[in-house]
Design a protein around this ligand. Structure first.
Ligand SMILES: CC(C)(COP(=O)(O)OP(=O)(O)OC[C@H]1O[C@@H](n2cnc3c(N)ncnc32)[C@H](O)[C@@H]1OP(=O)(O)O)[C@@H](O)C(=O)NCCC(=O)NCCS
Length: 293
């Protein structure tokens, strides 16, 4: 039955056989949304009390949920394994798919270089341009290859396989610098990376000895000032300490060390006899250089 009724907001329409949507009562003044805020508090409380007592009675309108009985076929090992999972490792988590698998706790970079274009980067860019021209694409598709800086950072365990590979190619086999992780790597190591590729490494034996054991740049990434930058950061992290090294007598790296002010203080005959291949063109004799600070 519809009843036209005048209220203080103007004419409102009532449908008396509808129920109140607040307290489920059938009072006329609370049947319409329009009067929700007019619903008397005492009336609402009364209805809440009534519904609570109804819940307790045998005529309860709530259908009880059937209790879940544990299956007799539960594999205890599976349950134990599930209970032992505390958290998902970052490398296999969904967030790593969004953010990349680089671990969230990587150290802050020592330096980020967006300007340097190494011979390898230039070559790859030319290959892509050539491909685009050859395949008739006037617009290069950059979505496949994103620009990235050369990042200088300190040695991390995940760098070690690539570092060992680089040092083996440049010097000799069997080099293992894993123990550098034990000697304050923040002061004694600098790694140059491009995306996930290790392109250069500079290592001091320890912050106490400050003897440069290895300095190397990956083929294709040389002559782009990477060694110079690594040396600069290594020296600046060890101020007020003399830095020493040995360099093969005919190694052009002498020019690099000269730029930093290293001076020869000793000529050691046969220094590399035990390391270098007998057929190597590198001199087995070495200069010992020192940078006084
Ligand atoms: C030596 C080495 C680390 C240099 O790396 P790099 O990144 O090419 O060096 P950089 O581009 O930073 O060069 C800086 C300076 O060093 C000098 N230099 C380095 N390599 C040179 C070379 N082959 N010939 C002439 N000068 C050279 C240059 O004066 C250069 O300065 P410039 O470019 O302003 O003229 C790299 O060639 C290498 O890994 N060599 C094999 C390993 C090795 O011999 N390590 C040294 C052991 S002590």
């Amino acid at each position: 039955m519809n009843v036209v009724w005048l209220n203080r907001f103007g004419p409102g329409k009532y449908i008396l056989d509808q129920r109140c949507d607040i307290c489920d009562c059938s009072e006329r003044f609370c049947e319409r949304m329009f009067f929700r805020f007019n619903h008397p508090v005492s009336h609402a409380k009364q209805n809440r009390r009534r519904s609570r007592s109804e819940l307790g009675s045998s005529k309860s309108p709530v259908t009880p949920v059937a209790s879940i009985r544990p299956s007799s076929h539960v594999n205890e090992e599976v349950i134990d394994a599930l209970n032992s999972v505390i958290t998902t490792p970052f490398e296999t988590s969904f967030i790593s798919r969004l953010q990349g698998t680089k671990s969230a706790w990587s150290p802050a970079p020592v330096a980020v270089d967006w300007d340097t274009i190494s011979p390898w980067m230039r070559l790859m860019s030319e290959v892509r341009q050539h491909f685009a021209l050859a395949s008739g694409d006037s617009v290069l598709d950059h979505s496949m290859e994103s620009d990235a800086p050369i990042i200088y950072t300190t040695l991390q365990p995940e760098h070690l396989p690539q570092v060992h590979d680089l040092l083996e190619r440049v010097f000799w086999s069997g080099i293992d610098v894993s123990d550098s992780m034990d000697y304050v790597p923040e002061k004694a190591t600098i790694v140059a990376t491009y995306k996930k590729l290790v392109v250069g490494i500079a290592i001091l034996s320890s912050p106490l000895e400050t003897y440069i054991t290895y300095l190397a740049v990956k083929a294709g990434w040389d002559k782009a000032q990477i060694a110079k930058n690594m040396l600069y950061h290594l020296i600046s992290r060890n101020p007020k300490k003399d830095i020493t090294l040995h360099v093969s007598a005919n190694n052009s790296a002498m020019l690099l060390y000269n730029q930093f002010g290293f001076k020869a203080e000793e000529f050691v005959v046969g220094f590399y006899d035990d390391y270098l291949d007998p057929l190597s063109r590198a001199s087995k004799n070495a200069f010992k250089l020192r940078l006084r600070q």
